[in-house]
Design a protein around this ligand. Sequence first.
Ligand code: FAD
Length: 297
Amino acid sequence: MADSSISDLFAEKSAPVLSYEFFPPKADKAFESLRRTIAVLRGSTPDFVTVTYGAGGSTRARTLEVAALLRDAGFGPVMPHLTCVASSCEELAETAEEMYGAGYRNIMTLRGDPPQGESTFTPCADGLRNACELVAFLKSLHADFCCGVAGYPETHPEAVSTEDEINYLKSKVDAGASFITTQLFFDNEHYFRFVDRCRSAGIEVPILPGLLPAVSLKQIRRFTEMCGSSLPAGLIGELERVGGEGDAAENAGIRWCVEQIVGLLENGAPGIHLYILNRSRAALSQDLATVFKNYTA
Ligand SMILES: Cc1cc2nc3c(=O)[nH]c(=O)nc-3n(C[C@H](O)[C@H](O)[C@H](O)COP(=O)(O)OP(=O)(O)OC[C@H]3O[C@@H](n4cnc5c(N)ncnc54)[C@H](O)[C@@H]3O)c2cc1C
């Protein structure tokens, strides 16, 4: 059966929307661990779940395998990601048709990163140059594809200017994107300023804040270096205070994330996208459940 559209979910649900992001592991052992996480998370009820598409377009089959696992476990809608990396239009159409045929109607639509060591993105021969083109391409294949796109509260590292980037984001929405999920950030002010800039530019679609419950200091240093998001001194301090890693650090990361969620929902965010990184702890946190319950009541 085909998934319902996430844009309808945003339009119809009066309470905040909650989504989890999974990634397809490369190693079989990690795949087993993901199966266990999915089993544990069955009791929680995100409104939708997403599955990333590997760097270099490397995980097409595994993205769909994880998507199927999530669907079999009762999660839905399930939203596979798709990138332009290393794919001609013919290959992109093939993948999109496979997704459509399997009932996926929601696609997180991305350009993807340049290969490691390169700073600019070079499209594949006969491929697409950016997420905007991919949105238009998917919509031309099936008008009922619901496309989510990425937004960058702290501006994408390749942006010429913040203003240019917001204009470009508007073109992704004008091409047919139904909502925006943001890059991770640890200071809500970045999100609120970003939303203001988007609204001033005439971008009206829901902007779902993406949050990473930090697991360790080492992990978030690596992540923020990769994606260009900033790391507040307060969060570094909290993690250092408990040794930087291990259970206590993960708990501190979850506490920070829950505080961010409270601030975001209190100030009108339409929901939360959690980069759970195939871990169940943050998603099952009682504090998180309580926050969402308060907003649902
Ligand atoms: C929610 C989310 C999910 C992600 N999932 C994945 C995933 O599954 N797999 C993966 O490999 N990566 C993923 N990424 C990372 C993403 O691929 C990178 O951030 C990538 O560098 C940009 O992809 P994009 O879709 O934002 O690109 P685009 O929106 O096409 O462009 C990225 C940036 O380039 C600039 N730009 C591009 N074209 C123009 C133009 N014509 N005019 C002006 N500026 C332009 C803008 O600054 C723009 O923000 C994800 C990121 C987010 C936020």
